[in-house]
Write a protein that binds this ligand. Structure first.
Ligand code: ADP
Ligand code: MG
Length: 372
């Protein structure tokens, strides 16, 4: 059997009727259709006010796509765009009363935290994975959601290969690595697949990774956020009911400026800052043991004090962290008695103490405007 293509999907979609009775492909609302490894992904872009009447169309489109031989699952997102373009966003901290259904954590997931950075390459994913393992080493049930759609690296960092199993064609089982429950957009698309998904569609895909995955019982879900502080990050911060955010920065001034932006972004949407981690804080020479503060260590601690947020710890720039991380053998799991694992466990304890502190009043969950 020839592998299914987007033309096959389009053929089936012709039988799906839009609210005005026209065949779906004739309405000009369809995004690009991505077919990869037996899965189909696309979005339907509609007016914000018409989302409700399109929901049955979205469901029918998923069923139609799944009816194509060789396609086992379909992820169809409804995206709403304003006249001026761009995703519809709820106003920050708007009261939920009377509005759309507020975002809730998936059933069984107690807290969701974001690991974020103002820019890429500062070790955000390495920190996210080792923080997750540090939390797991405290005896907690931990999940990792890789939301870094531009560079999903969690599958590699945790050496997880293969595809998630689909449960009944609509829900996915998370993958597991080192005892963590893991979902990544990297599992769903080939690495070579061009990132042609439009921003709003990506957001919906992330919402679905959150809600249409059987996460089970988790004490904490760690979300590896896309780097930066743009619209994509802001929307994500709003759509996921975050209990808090951990900001990763290197000590240089420039990185700290970006970290500051990250903190401002989360504050704007009322997500508590759990603290800053200074990564690549200092360098310990593996040969002579001498310590050098390559990037002027201590900047993040300073910045944390200045901004009134907790300082969570310093992770040295160390060859062992890079090698183990890139080889899918994260230090926090493979050398649990080592100094590095100790640092991550310490950061994890500080994070968890804030989540379980009890003195934190429940934050009203942010709202989702688009139910996809
Ligand atoms: N503390 C560290 N010491 C040495 N290398 C590190 C450290 N943290 C991260 N790295 C390496 O830096 C690179 C970027 O890290 P990564 O976690 O992928 O960053 P980001 O997710 O912010 O883009 C990777 O090769 C990683 O192994
Ligand atoms: Mg990364």
């Amino acid at each position: 059997m020839a592998s299914p293509t987007k033309e096959h999907v389009l053929e089936r979609l012709a039988d799906v009727k839009a609210p005005d009775g026209r065949p779906l492909p004739a309405t000009g609302t369809l995004s690009d259709i991505v077919v990869s490894d037996g899965k189909a992904f696309f979005s339907i872009g509609v007016d914000a006010g018409a989302v409700r009447s399109w929901e049955p169309v979205r469901k029918a489109a998923e069923i139609a796509a799944r009816s194509v031989p060789g396609i086992s699952s379909a992820m169809v997102a409804l995206t709403a765009e304003r006249a001026g373009g761009g995703p519809v966003r709820p106003p920050a901290a708007a009261p939920a009363a009377g509005g759309p259904r507020p975002a809730r954590a998936p059933e069984g997931v107690k807290s969701i935290i974001a690991v974020a950075s103002g820019k890429g390459g500062v070790g955000k994913s390495t920190t996210a994975v080792n923080l997750a393992l540090g939390l797991a080493s405290l005896g907690l049930r931990i999940g990792v959601l890789d939301a870094d759609i531009y560079g999903p690296s969690v599958p590699r960092l945790l050496a997880i290969k293969g595809r998630p199993q689909s449960i009944g064609g609509t829900r996915l089982k998370p993958m597991t690595g080192y005892g963590l429950q893991v979902m990544s957009i990297g599992f769903l698309i080939e690495e070579e697949t061009p990132m042609i998904w439009r921003g709003p569609m990506v957001m919906s895909a992330l919402t679905q990774m959150l809600r249409e995955v059987e996460w089970g019982e988790l004490d904490v879900m760690v979300v590896d956020m896309p780097p930066g502080t743009g619209d994509a990050q802001l929307t994500l911060a709003q759509q996921v009911p975050l209990a808090g955010a951990v900001i990763v920065s290197t000590p240089q001034d420039l990185a700290l400026i970006d970290a500051r932006r990250g903190i401002a972004m989360f504050r704007r949407v009322n997500v508590p800052i759990l603290g800053i981690v200074e990564n690549m804080s200092y360098f310990l020479c593996p040969h002579c043991g001498a310590r050098s503060d390559i990037f002027a260590h201590g900047g993040a601690r300073h910045e944390a004090a200045r901004l009134g947020v907790p300082f969570l710890g310093e992770v040295p720039l160390d060859m062992a962290i890079r090698e183990t991380s890139d080889a899918g053998r994260p230090v926090a799991a493979t050398a649990p008695d080592g100094a590095h694992a100790g640092i991550y466990r310490d950061i994890a304890s500080k994070v968890y103490a804030q989540l379980s502190g009890g003195d934190r009043p429940g934050r009203p969950a942010p709202r989702i405007v688009i139910e996809a």
